[in-house]
Design a protein around this ligand. Structure first.
Ligand code: PXP
Length: 248
């Protein structure tokens, strides 16, 4: 299972002073030394963290998968077509939100999202859609022609006890149905060192996309070690699954 490390929050610290430190490009390089299989950045319309320069430099420096998260807007599509990241993840974006809230509302945005997918495909860029663990959204994602989906794990991460178990079952069912109709499936949002194991034990998942918890730990122990420790937790859960003692 691959781990894509989101380095947006390194840029958040830099933008708090609008200076040059810390540099998300340098952080990405160290995350890769720690075992990151991919680097993710979200170029937001308001440029609150990642800047255009970061994306350009990451494209040149990053030898692993570069995943560009973006809203399905004309501006972002044109940037993606110029930079050509290894993949694009389309996400909903609201100016006031602290982080991405919920998956895409594919039903009401179908035309816009489907046109974005087509335009990105013309440039040979694979597209993933960030969606809630909901069968209707999975099926619409397939109809629209997306290559992958990323199942939103935020509700699972925020829930406790029985509610968390229910959210977990929703995610398992979503992963199964997405795989059954031929989509490649990833998951992410809100995952940390304590709640990631259950998600990493789900059969058929291609990868996990994690940002905040890794960067938070990195502030204390360094990014290379923070990534390595997350890889170890995910690796143990995957091994457990392979040995067939708990894989779901
Ligand atoms: N996946 C998507 C689509 C996201 O928007 C984010 C947050 O930027 C993440 C994963 C990572 O979430 P977190 O920072 O909570 O790990």
């Amino acid at each position: 299972m691959i781990l894509g490390v989101n380095v947006d929050h390194i840029a958040t610290v830099r933008q708090s002073r609008k200076g040059i430190d810390p540099d998300p490009v340098m952080a990405a390089t160290l995350a890769i030394l720690g075992g990151a299989d991919g680097i993710t950045v979200h170029l937001r319309e308001d440029r609150r963290h990642i800047q255009d320069r970061d994306l350009k430099m990451l494209k040149d420096f990053v030898p692993v998968e570069l995943n560009m998260e973006m809203a399905a807007t004309k501006e972002m599509i044109s940037i993606a077509k110029k930079i050509k990241p290894d993949m694009v993840t389309l996400v909903p974006e609201k100016r006031q939100e602290l982080t991405t809230e919920g998956g895409l509302d594919i039903k009401s945005q179908k035309k816009n999202i489907s046109e974005a997918v087509k335009k990105l495909h013309v440039s040979g860029i694979p597209v993933s859609l960030f969606i809630n663990p909901d069968f209707k959204d999975i099926s619409l994602s397939k109809n629209i022609g997306s290559d992958m989906v990323e199942i939103h794990t935020g509700m699972y991460a925020d829930a406790k006890g029985k509610r968390q178990e229910e959210e977990f079952i929703r995610i398992i069912n979503a992963v199964k149905s997405a795989i059954n109709i031929g989509l490649t499936v990833n998951a992410g949002h809100g995952l940390n060192y304590f709640n990631v194991s259950k998600i990493a034990s789900i059969k058929g998942l291609r990868g996990l996309y994690i940002g905040h918890s890794i960067i938070s730990r990195a502030v204390l122990v360094g990014i290379e070690r923070a990534v390595r420790e997350m890889k170890e937790v995910i690796g143990r859960a995957s091994l457990h699954k392979q040995l067939n003692c708990g894989g779901i």
